[in-house]
Design a protein around this ligand. Sequence first.
Ligand code: GAP
Length: 456
Amino acid sequence: MTEKNNDSLEKIVSLCKRRGFIYPSSEIYGGLAGAFDFGPLGVELKNNLKNIWWQMFVHDREDMYGLDASILMNSKVWEASGHLAGFADPLVECQKCHSKFRADQIGFPVENMKKGVSGSTVFILPRCPNCNSVDDWNAPTMFNMMFQTTIGAEKDSSATVYLRPETAQGIFTDFKNVLDSFHPKLPFGIAQIGKAFRNEISPRDFVFRVRELEQMEIEYFVREADWVQHFETWRQAVHEYLALIGVAKEKVHELEVSDEERAHYSKRTIDFEFDYPFGRKELYGLAYRTDYDLTHHQEKSNQDLNYYDEETKEHFIPHVIEPSFGVERTVLAVLLSAYREDELGGEKRNYLAFEPRVAPIKVAVFPLLKNKPDLVTKARSVFSLLKKDLAGQIIFDDNGNIGKRYRRQDEIGTPWCVTIDFDTLDNDTVTVRDRDTGEQRRLAISELGTYFRQSL
Ligand code: GAP
């Protein structure tokens, strides 16, 4: 068990709000549970994490194809995939205060409910977390987590559609299109980043469990005989991505998911868990989905979804390895891994030790004094020079004393601050301050571009 320390979550939540990373959604109206907005720095951080993922898993490989499928899909997709029947969590209601909870999250004995098995063992039921009453529960029921809406003006059942609860199904339904357009050879994968929606019974723990989320998913198509080998390769690839974005290695753990807990489509799943302040919980999943999805879509759609192997002259449905990464949980794990408190120059500070490639702002440029026009003009010219390479990831700040400006940048995780002082006016050199150590070095303005390019 990991130690729970919700203090550090509160610090992150407060920093995210104060500094413009993450805001509660529609806050001026009291917010909306399970929905968050990414502010100016949050959206840069999130885009960096998604771009690194896309670069690593799509652009840097020759066996991957990108996709951006629609969120609304034909409802038959969810019949075939099993989500209409089985994408459900156990729900209990306290008869006294009428609060509703996800049964397994408050200690209900629900291990077998997902499989529709009811046991005869007698269990001690938990107290209601809201009103503390005991023995006032209704029998748990399964609650389908897909959001429903209707298409067009008709309101009958034929108009019902669902917001996708996973991005994966768009990949399966476009499998034949990608085969026909590109004729890829096995093994190959299709990758997608996009929104998914889940009507979670109890959204909680900041952006850990939300109702509107983003996923980065890969369906990697393989021959059945090769699945074990590919499963292992993807297992390593997940760790490589985590290392690249600066998620603390010692906080990541693998959990072999048991038969009872695995999703209906999976023959083997490993959860990558992270030590969050609220306990050790899932960060990502890696599943061997077999040929479950393509086989069911082939049956339901009456379309031939076989792959044709030109060498062996065989037609068959490929098997699938699926690494699935939640974007919000990635952001949270990166923030928690980067958060530090220390003392610098005799002052307490807190800062985000982001990997430079992940940091929303890479460089801040300061004139030493705001009221010296020569310094401000020179600082503006350095800013414009560096902006050519770092557009959107560099800021100019002349507000407040220099110490305060350094602290502000430390808190948002800016790796380098460039200060233009009186020596700059004489010899065209500036100081470059390192966020983590506070050390400063003097560099010529002409060296800065190369220095940052190399450091990034
Ligand atoms: N296609 C497989 C799939 O969707 P999942 O384990 O249900 O599997 C994959 O979800 C990942 O999506 C999770 O590991 C997590 O990172 C993220 N995720 C799922 N539900 C989430 C939620 N309510 N809030 C935030 N992230 C979530």
